[in-house]
Ligand binder design. Sequence first.
Ligand code: ADP
Ligand code: GN1
Ligand code: MG
Length: 366
Amino acid sequence: MTEKRLTEVVHQFCFEGELQEAAPYGNGHINDTYRLTFCTSSAPRRYILQCMNKSIFKKPVQLMENIQGVTGWLKKKIQQAGGNPERETLNIIPCADGCPYYVDSDGDYWRAYLFIEDSTCLEKAEKPEDFYQSGLAFGHFQGLLSDYPAETLYETIPDFHHTAKRLEKFYAAVQDNVCGRCEEASREIQFVRDREKLSHMLCDMQEKKELPLRVTHNDTKLNNILLDSHTGQAICVIDLDTVMPGLSVNDFGDSIRFGASTAAEDEPDLSKVHFSMELFEAYTRGFLEGCAGRLTERELDMLPWGAILMTFECGMRFLTDYLEGDHYFKIHRPAHNLDRCRTQFRLVEEMEEKLSQMAEAVRKYR
Ligand code: ADP
Ligand code: GN1
Ligand code: MG
């Protein structure tokens, strides 16, 4: 970010004090995130400033409306429960004219939040308790929003978790083979072909209304939760860009795909990548406790399938992006998306073997 652009952007928001430092922050694959530090007459104030990815979020105004609606709702519920709304949900910092975002001279959309102090964001669970906390937070999020009018939310990325439509896009990428990478990925392409039927399972159930439409987060990675640095307890669910109507089983599954792995999402050495039943069980216990009985029997039955399908879908998305020339997910090395795809498919294989154990763990805590 150039100094000129930074000055232009920072001056639009109602920040307190004088800018001291702006530094890139976090490990997101999509947005550009900065942490800003301001000097004030008392303690320094920090904020998160983000430039939204305009090629992915094509409707930033609707997206911010979703976030305003959901954070406003959460604030009220947190207050009613005697909690701290400045810490337990995201707080949007408006611009001087009250608008929750700023459009810069390049047409980029920016927004800012209070920085949640004394918090930690984990890329990997250090112990099962961390993942239990993450489950508790996402379950609680689901619970607090269970009476939110889901139909008033915009579908900011249409068919985001429509696995069958993702499969169609994948086949188109294989067909076009624009980068000539199909040969390098032939085993992974076959892996998808072998599981073609799977991709219809949850979308069909959603269409037949066998699973209810809920307010969902849609990006429930461990690093989208902040934990208290002192107590280790979950404080806040962040990264609300993809809050939309969706399926609770997908939110559950996306957490498992990222957090129940023994290795990073992009680990190139597959011998380190395993699906951990211990972590699955820790998350399940937290998630079901957080949901506090709000899930239907059918949703509970399908949770293990949510894990398999979200992992399969994400692997397929990484593979599609690799075949199309890496235009969606940020990459930091050649074949980064292929490495990411391979970890996901390794996890899918192990989850398939452990399906009955997963169902048993869900039974234990339902
Ligand atoms: P992305 O969509 O690119 O993943 P996120 O909204 O998740 O972007 O933000 C990236 C990182 O910035 C997070 O993983 C977290 O470490 C940090 N972060 C985001 N919002 C806050 C906040 N309000 N307070 C403290 N840290 C935050
Ligand atoms: C992206 O923004 P980030 O890094 O939290 C992606 C998710 C993927 C995830 C894979 C809007 O999430 O859907 O599951 O990468 N977000 C979007 O790590 O596509
Ligand atoms: Mg994130």
